[in-house]
Ligand binder design. Structure first.
Ligand code: PGA
Length: 261
């Protein structure tokens, strides 16, 4: 049974002082959930020390939103995987659409980052998603397969379940509405099949595929009603502790529901 996930990326929001406040507000709201689900927050780099301290007392892991593929060296302005580990990170997000769009990152570059992340013991959260044009041309599944295959090319099958895949349709990020739950579930199924074809049925059965892109407390339940959606990855709706707690509660209810089935 796959452990469900509620995660949030803060993007370039929530500085150190605010991060401590967020954690203090979140703690009592999610205390009852215990370890029923996996939870993570991805603060900006400068908020990591505050977040490490503030989240240490309860079950929310912290991670970064990006990293460099080398461990150290002459790379002005960059941060490496060992530095993230030292800062208390358990996760690192890779290939977010804003990195691809505004910073020219490619999935080949993401492959190198992912290799460095796993070598340092970080859990990569690998974003995959089609553009609006890909969707219109009905090639979303092919695109997801290509992105996944390239980014994970150097990984052995047994490593796959340690990576979190995040289906994030690029047209649904920061948008007015999420993907329709049926549409998202179809992509998750297609992606799991692609993982199975490439890495085997066991890896595919175990790997978590979470959905991100305009998730809200209003649409989260319908998304989590689909068995192939293993969690919610949230931007705007979880930039307040209350918002993230609402999302975590939805995922926790889905976990209870699935255990009964
Ligand atoms: P959003 O962001 O929830 O604000 O659309 C999602 C994301 O960027 O992963």
């Amino acid at each position: 049974m796959r452990r469900l996930i509620a995660g949030t990326g803060w993007k370039m929001n929530i500085g150190a002082t605010q991060a401590a406040r967020y954690a203090a507000q979140l703690a009592p709201l999610v205390a009852a959930l215990g370890d029923a689900i996996e939870m993570f927050v991805l603060p900006p780099f400068t908020s990591l020390p505050a977040a490490k301290q503030a989240f240490s007392s309860f079950a929310v892991g912290i991670g970064a939103q990006n990293m460099h593929w080398e461990a150290s060296g002459a790379w002005t302005g960059e941060i490496s995987a060992p530095m993230l580990v030292e800062a208390g990170c358990r996760y690192v997000e890779l290939a977010h659409s804003e990195r691809l769009e505004h910073f020219g990152e490619t999935y080949d570059l993401v492959r190198r980052k992912l290799n460095a992340a796993v070598a340092s013991g970080l859990t990569p959260i690998l974003c995959l998603g089609e553009t609006a044009e890909d969707k219109r041309r009905a090639v979303a599944d092919d695109i997801l397969n290509e992105q996944m295959s390239l980014a994970l090319r150097d990984q052995p099958p047994e490593r796959i379940p340690t990576v979190i895949l995040a289906y994030e349709p690029r047209w649904a990020i920061g948008a007015a509405a999420a993907a329709a739950p049926d549409y998202a579930a179809e992509r998750h199924r297609g992606l799991r099949k692609a993982v199975s074809d490439r890495f085997g049925a066991e890896a595919a059965a175990e790997v978590r595929i979470i959905y991100g892109g305009s998730v809200t407390p209003g649409n989260g339940e319908a998304l989590m009603a689909h068995a192939d959606i293993d969690g919610l990855f949230v931007g705007r709706a979880a930039w307040s502790a209350e918002g993230f707690a609402d999302i975590a509660a939805i995922v926790a209810r889905a976990a209870i529901q699935r255990k009964k089935q």
